[in-house]
Design a binder for this molecule. Structure first.
Ligand SMILES: *Cc1c(COP(=O)(O)O)cnc(C)c1O
Length: 362
């Protein structure tokens, strides 16, 4: 890692140096798609996809109610309307049945045009793409896979960041593959969209650098981050993904008789961005977190507030009918707790975390 950083710094190619293109080739090959275009962060990656599809005012974009703010923020930033969809209790991911209900409700109201479904691979687990694709095809919608937490996840041998018409990821340090700062990437099999993304990420550049043909962003991945990510990707493939899966299996074996542990549906593989328990209610969750803290065990609440209750989206409420206020997502926000999870946890650490959880719950 030190060598990768020092070589980049002494090369002087700080922006769009050779490691950026090399990394893009490696990421595209890993995921199994034709094009990977890196950018400044996972939020910009989503914005680049929406710009490529010309999403804007009057468009409805369907977003899970239980996710990080970015997934919905980018929709509003383009002037389109985020429509919040409930998630499944067992996977934390978009509920395909509620998705179809939401699309039909928007069509019935007749004010917005349904355009895109943003499916999030929450906590490392890919969303239910076979069922989401059925809904997308039925209503002519694009799927944008927000794989910010999903890189390394699988469904029947196919890898995350290859499920959307366009897919994105983030290299924020806490994600499955993190760099030493901010970073992101966009993936697609579509040649024309890839060319548009490449233009939008550099000020809407045309064929000639100083003739800009559209309004874009300044959203590049720094060369030094690309060099760091090349090292990290190697470790991720060689042993880190396996290590987090082993850690998750150990937690589950030690905890499943006392608490609802995360489920891994048939055919799915997770990259365990988080290992998230579901408690009975807010009282039990909050007291468990306090007890863990007293035992010196860090834990986090991802996420304490659903999208439809975010202050910034207060004005979107009028677009949502009463029935669409996402009861499952709202309840999960009161009951979830994420335990320490990374590839370098020792078996002893996992045992001591599990013991602290069991002590409190039993
Ligand atoms: C982290 C995250 C993002 C945003 O990524 P940044 O690189 O922080 O901009 C988007 N969506 C989800 C689900 C995330 O977890």
């Amino acid at each position: 890692m030190d060598q990768a950083i020092l070589e980049t710094v002494s090369s002087g190619a700080y922006i769009m140096g050779a490691p950026v293109r090399e990394l893009e080739r490696q990421l595209a090959a890993y995921v199994g798609v034709r094009h990977c275009l890196t950018c400044a962060n996972g939020t910009d990656a989503l914005t680049l996809a929406l710009k490529t599809w010309g999403v804007g005012p009057g468009d409805a974009v369907f977003v899970p109610d239980f996710t990080f703010f970015s997934s919905a923020e980018v929709v509003a930033l383009e002037g389109a309307t985020p429509v919040f969809v409930d998630v499944r209790e067992d996977t934390f991911n978009l509920d395909p049945a509620d998705l179809e209900r939401a699309v039909q409700a928007i069509l019935r109201e007749g004010k917005l045009t349904p355009r895109v479904i943003i499916a999030v691979d929450l906590f490392g687990l890919p969303a239910n793409y076979p069922e989401i694709r059925t809904v997308a095809d039925r209503y002519g919608l694009y799927i944008l896979e927000d794989g910010a937490q999903g890189f390394g996840g699988t469904f029947r041998g196919k890898r995350a960041c290859g499920f959307g018409d366009i897919s994105t990821t983030s290299f924020f340090p806490a994600k499955p593959v993190g760099c030493y700062g901010d970073g992101g990437a966009v993936f697609t099999d579509h040649d024309e969209w890839a060319a548009l993304i490449d233009s939008y990420r550099v000020h809407g550049k045309g064929a000639f650098k100083y003739d800009n043909v559209r309004i874009g962003l300044n959203s590049r991945l720094d060369t030094v981050q690309a060099a760091i990510l090349q090292v990290k990707l190697k470790a991720f493939e060689a042993y880190e993904l396996e290590a987090v899966n082993l850690a998750a299996a150990q937690y589950t074996a030690l905890l499943k008789d006392v608490v609802a542990t995360p489920s891994l549906p048939e055919g799915f593989g997770s990259s365990w961005a988080q290992y998230t328990l579901r408690l009975k209610d807010k009282t039990q969750r909050d007291s468990l977190q306090a007890a863990l803290k007293a035992d010196g065990v860090p834990s986090m609440i991802y996420y304490p507030k659903p999208m439809h209750l975010q202050t910034a989206f207060a004005s979107c409420h009028s677009e949502q009918s009463e029935e669409s206020l996402c009861p499952v997502a709202t309840s999960l926000c009161d009951r979830v707790l994420s335990l320490p999870m990374h590839p370098y946890l020792t078996e002893e650490q996992i045992r001591s975390v599990a013991k602290a959880v069991r002590n409190h719950l039993s």
